[in-house]
Write a protein that binds this ligand. Structure first.
Ligand SMILES: *Cc1c(COP(=O)(O)O)cnc(C)c1O
Length: 424
């Protein structure tokens, strides 16, 4: 048992991620006994000897097999840095992943992963709506490299999603499927296990159709895509994991075999995260579960209140799914909580939605999500504005829709703010 495996247990008891976020993967004796992991603000690392430098490079460049227990030595901060490595170790715990790679942004994680596994002639399939940056990368950038991209609507039922995957794989060119669930901003769900099964049916010995899930909205506390059969999990750590709206970063998690390939691409694209971001994110991880739990509890109170409000036409919140709803079973199988994102339609159109947004006092008018403060925005003219109106409507994004990212404030204060804004 390695010292890391040992530090995860007390006797037979396996410790929970929230218990390990303050210490896992960090050895104070290597840092003058400092309780907290320092910021290793250094570009390069000193070798003890020329022989050691040679050995580190042999491992880093795969020039020979690693000896038993031999780790990648510290060389240069584009390849590795303690703040990044310890953060990566801690991130694996929530998703029970073998390995993790951290990037300077969520888009850095998504683009580096896509460029690792896609080649000219390959096809990429993704659920819609996806994050605007992802949508642009897939629809505008990757096609310039000869990669064909196709999408299906997250609002379709599991059976239709299965058919969309099988159809995209009919000619053998499907290489990669990316799901974003719950979808932003409609909170429609995609059944991860169903897609993973279809992808497995299409996979051959030589070619596995990879399934990746952007788990930014519910993960890593409330949804675990690897458990549902996905190969890779992607994050914008900027959102819930960072949680304080003060750092941009991303991650990709999965098997060591896949993540090592992604790390190789990362080394040469230079899209790794820096030590300062790594340090901030380790600090954030200590309170991740507390924050997400408080945000989800507030979101439920607000969603329930909105559903009763006479000027609210519809609330989009997975916690309100009922037996018979298309996503009900998917929710029960793959989500451990409904999370902190709530969208709603106000009576009227854009003007009425703007009126509410302009009247909010405590809730700030800004894009992004997952931070301690509550934010509101208008998807149709803000985060999703580069999607033509007809397509927005087809995806379920209305003119009167407001998206809330619920923070950790007092729930009654948030309701007081919404109440006065809806009365205006
Ligand atoms: C914000 C976000 C991204 C992009 O992350 P950045 O850290 O801004 O690069 C990707 N996916 C989802 C779901 C997001 O919310």
């Amino acid at each position: 048992m390695s010292s890391k495996d040992k530090s995860r247990r007390i006797g037979d008891r396996e410790l929970s991620p929230e218990s390990l976020m303050m210490s896992y993967g960090y050895d104070p004796t290597l840092s003058e006994g400092a309780l907290k992991c320092p910021i290793f603000q250094t570009s390069t690392f000193i070798f003890n000897s020329a022989e050691q430098g040679k050995a580190f490079f042999e491992v880093a460049y795969g020039l020979r097999e690693r000896e038993a227990g031999e780790k990648l030595g510290l060389i240069y901060s584009r390849l590795n840095n303690p703040d990044l490595e310890i953060l990566e170790d801690r991130l694996t715990l929530w998703d029970r992943a073998e390995s993790a790679a951290v990037f300077e942004s969520g888009m850095g994680a998504i683009s580096t992963t896509a460029l690792t596994f896609l080649r000219p002639g390959d096809r990429l399939l993704y659920s819609e709506p996806v994050y605007g940056g992802t949508q642009y990368l897939f629809s505008q950038i990757l096609p310039q490299f000869g990669i064909e991209t196709r999408s299906f609507r997250a609002a379709m039922g599991p059976q239709e999603v299965r058919e969309a995957v099988l159809e995209a794989g009919q000619d053998g060119n499907l290489a990669f499927v990316l799901l974003e669930t719950p979808a932003n901003p409609t909170n429609h769900l995609v059944d991860i296990a169903q897609v993973a099964e279809a992808a497995a049916e299409l996979s051959t010995e030589e070619r596995k159709v990879l399934v990746a899930v952007d788990n930014t909205f519910l993960g890593p506390v409330f949804q675990h895509p690897l458990k549902q059969g996905a190969d890779l999990v992607l994050y914008s750590l900027t959102k819930y994991v960072g949680g304080h709206s003060d750092v941009i970063a991303g991650a990709c998690l999965g098997s060591a075999a896949l993540v090592n390939r992604i790390k190789e691409t990362r080394t040469f694209l230079g899209s790794m995260g820096g030590p300062w971001s790594g340090w901030l994110l380790m600090r954030s991880l200590e309170t991740l579960k507390l924050r997400m739990t408080a945000q989800a509890a507030n979101a439920r109170i607000i969603a329930d209140w909105l559903a009763e409000h006479p000027r609210v036409v519809r609330v989009y919140y997975p916690g309100h799914l009922e037996e018979g709803d298309a996503d009900y079973e998917t929710f029960n199988r793959q989500c451990e909580d409904a999370g902190g994102m709530v969208s709603f339609d106000v009576e009227g159109g854009e003007a009425e939605a703007f009126n509410v947004l302009n009247s909010l006092q405590l809730i700030k008018l800004a894009v992004s999500l997952g931070g301690t403060e509550s934010l509101a925005q208008h998807p149709s003219t803000m985060t999703h504005s580069d999607i033509p109106p007809e397509q927005q409507r087809a995806m379920g994004i209305t003119e009167s829709m407001i998206r809330l990212s619920v923070g950790v404030e007092n729930a009654e204060d948030l309701i007081a703010d919404l109440e006065q804004a809806l009365a205006g």
